[in-house]
Each structure stands twice: as C-alpha cells, then as structure tokens.
Write a protein that binds this ligand. Structure first.
Ligand code: 5AD
Ligand code: FES
Length: 353
C-alpha cells in the first residue's frame, strides 16, 4: 500500500480511538485495508484495554452442561439433526462438582453453557443457580443457553444469575437466514438481547467471523450494531467447519481478520469484556495470545468433566478437550505470561470507569 494511504488509515484509527465510533463506510475502509495497519490498531487497542483493566486477564470457568439442542443452526456441531453427536446432560451434582474444582483453582465466574435443551426447565435452572450461589456467594454466574422467554430470563435472574451470553451470530437479517433454518427468527434473537438488558443482566452478544456468506460489509454493520447496543461483553471467533453439518465443505474463517475485529471492538467499546475464544485458539496455536495482544482481556477455559468434553464439539478439532481443568489453567497461565499480562482471581466485572 502507498505510504500516504497507510498514513490516512492510521489517522482513521486515531479518530476511532478518540471518538470511539466511526461510520459504516469508515469501518469498512479499515477492514478492507487492514493489512498494513493491523499492528497499529493492536497497539492502540492494548493501550486502551490496559488503561482500564491494567495487566489483568480474567478467566471464566466454562461448564458445558448439555449438548442436547432443539435448534438446527447450519454451522453447529451440536445441531439437532447431527445424529453422530453423542448427547449428554450433566446433573446438578456434576455441575456443582465442576464449580467446586473451579473455585479451588481460583475461578470466580462460572459460565453455564448448553444447547437449547427443554429438559432444563426454569425450576431446574433455579435450583442449579441457587445451589452454586449458596456455596460460592463471591462468584458470578453467567448463563449461555440460548433464547428463552422474558419470564424465564426474569426467573433465572431472580434466582441469582448475573450475566447472559447470547451471540446474535450476525446482525444482517438476510445473512442470518442463510445460516439458520427457517424456524429460527432473527428478530426474536435481538428481542432476547434487549430483554436480557432490560432485566439488568450484564449482557454479551457476538458473532462468528468468516461464516458462510458473510461479507466485509456485514462486519462493518456489526460494528455499528455493537456501538448502538453497547453490550458488556462481546464474544467473537472464527467460523470453523464441522464435518457433520451442512457447512462441512465451507471454508473456515481466518485468524487475522478475527484479530482485526477484536482490535476494532476494543476501540469502539473501550470497557467491554472481550474473550480470546477457544475457536481462535483452535485455528491458530497462538491464537489466544494473539487475541490478547489485539485487545482481548478474557479467557474461558473448560471446566466440564473430561468424559464429556469431546462431545461438546461445536466445530472440528476443538482444543483442550483432553486435559483436566488444572492442566488447562497451568497452560493458560504460561501463555498469558508471554503477553506480559497476568491471570487474576477475580469475578472480573465490567468496569464503568
Ligand atoms: N465454528 C465456530 N463457532 C461456532 N459456534 C457454533 N458453531 C460454530 C462453528 N462451527 C459458536 C456460535 C455459538 C457459540 C456457542 O459457538 O457462535 O453462539
Ligand atoms: Fe443449538 Fe444453534 S444448533 S442453538
């Protein structure tokens, strides 16, 4: 790229840093011309992140408590139609035992993640949430179990849930419809996110990078939506094809573009909690380290029992499915160390400044 163009795009990054937003066209320009400016973006993103969160990296203990799912997302390995998936559900006791191990390792946030599984009624979830909260009142509970009614979200909030992750997957309705079956509805997904916010959850949304049919313009639209919705967390990761889904032959997303999006998100929402995801670590051995260097400040290692880990295969070749939680944490501590940051024992709440 000619030097004067690089200078122009760097100025656009400066503008984003100070104004904390750009127009869709400006985001698109940066995304299209990312090659020579990504290091400059990452440096700015790291500075902004450290000015708010210091050197701390937060960890969330992920408990994948069910891989039954009534939905049929075309990209997802635990979709209903995948007859190859071996299904499992964890009992309340098994979930509590994961939390206990996690607590002893220093986790102060537990993420209960699962497919959309009607087996886990509001009553069952209330019991599970209350039992964790009673034993570990100093911990935050994050739920990630898909679309439910306003009343259901409300009951779970009252039972003690603090946060909710529901990736919107894409903000383009037409794109949403290309990667989901007709039974799923884009408007309802967004409505759910709004309901969660209304109920006082700390809310996380997010999208895949490089999912089939996604365009760079779609990614610019993601940035406009994020600025407007202003979530406390944003989960993004590369799309990775799964062999037993309709998208088995689709190209997987790329790491370099995911990192660039992380940097843009950090400058747009300076205080946001931003994980370097397992999908990023799956596509690139050093993906999570690179994510931290691009502006991420959260890691979500697996606390699920080793016996079920290989069954929660959202995509092919998922990492960390053979290790005990303690091994995962040791590995992450070393990895985070190489970035000059430190994993802390902390709930890691959203900082409002
Ligand atoms: N590749 C990458 N991410 C995926 N997810 C589901 N399937 C895939 C895939 N094939 C992500 C979705 C979902 C989250 C739990 O995992 O974004 O919200
Ligand atoms: Fe379960 Fe998409 S396949 S929510």
């Amino acid at each position: 790229m000619p030097k004067q163009h690089t200078a122009m795009y760097k100025e656009l990054i400066d503008k984003l840093r100070y104004q904390k937003s750009l127009s869709k066209d400006e985001y698109l320009k940066l995304i299209k011309n990312r090659e020579d400016i990504s290091e400059y973006l990452f440096k700015n993103a790291r500075e902004v992140c450290e000015s708010i969160y210091g050197k701390d990296i937060y960890i969330r203990g992920l408990i994948e408590f069910t891989n039954y799912c009534k939905n049929d997302c075309l990209y997802c390995g635990i979709r209903r139609s995948n007859k190859e998936a071996q299904r499992y559900r964890l009992t309340q006791e098994e979930i509590l035992s994961c939390a206990k191990q996690g607590y002893n390792l220093g986790f102060r946030t537990f993420v209960l993640q699962g497919g959309e599984d009607n087996f886990y009624t509001d009553e069952k979830m209330e019991k599970i949430i209350k039992s964790i909260k009673t034993k570990y009142p100093d911990c935050a509970i994050t739920l990630s179990m898909g679309e439910r009614s306003f009343e259901s979200y409300q009951r779970l909030k009252i039972a003690g849930a603090d946060r909710y992750l529901l990736r919107h997957e894409t903000i383009s309705k037409s794109h949403y419809e290309k990667i989901h079956p007709k039974q799923m509805n884009f408007e309802n997904r967004i409505k759910c996110l709004q309901n969660l916010k209304k109920l006082g959850y700390q809310v996380g949304c997010g999208f895949m990078v490089g999912s089939p049919y996604q365009t760079e313009e779609n990614l610019a639209e993601e940035m406009i939506f994020l600025k407007q919705f202003n979530p406390q967390m944003v989960g993004i990761g590369p799309f990775i094809s799964h062999k037993d889904t309709p998208f088995k032959n689709e190209k997987s997303g790329n790491v370099e573009l995911t990192l660039f999006m992380l940097g843009l998100i950090r400058l747009t929402l300076p205080n946001v909690l931003l994980p370097a995801t397992t999908a990023l670590g799956t596509m690139d051995l050093l993906g999570r380290e690179k994510g931290i260097k691009a502006g991420a400040n959260v890691l979500m290692p697996n606390l699920s029992p080793v016996t079920v880990r290989k069954k929660y295969m959202l995509y092919d070749n998922k990492i960390c499915t053979g290790d005990e939680s303690a091994e995962c944490l040791e590995c992450l501590k070393k990895r985070v160390g190489t970035t000059g940051r430190t994993i802390v024992v902390d709930r890691g709440d959203y900082k409002t400044n």
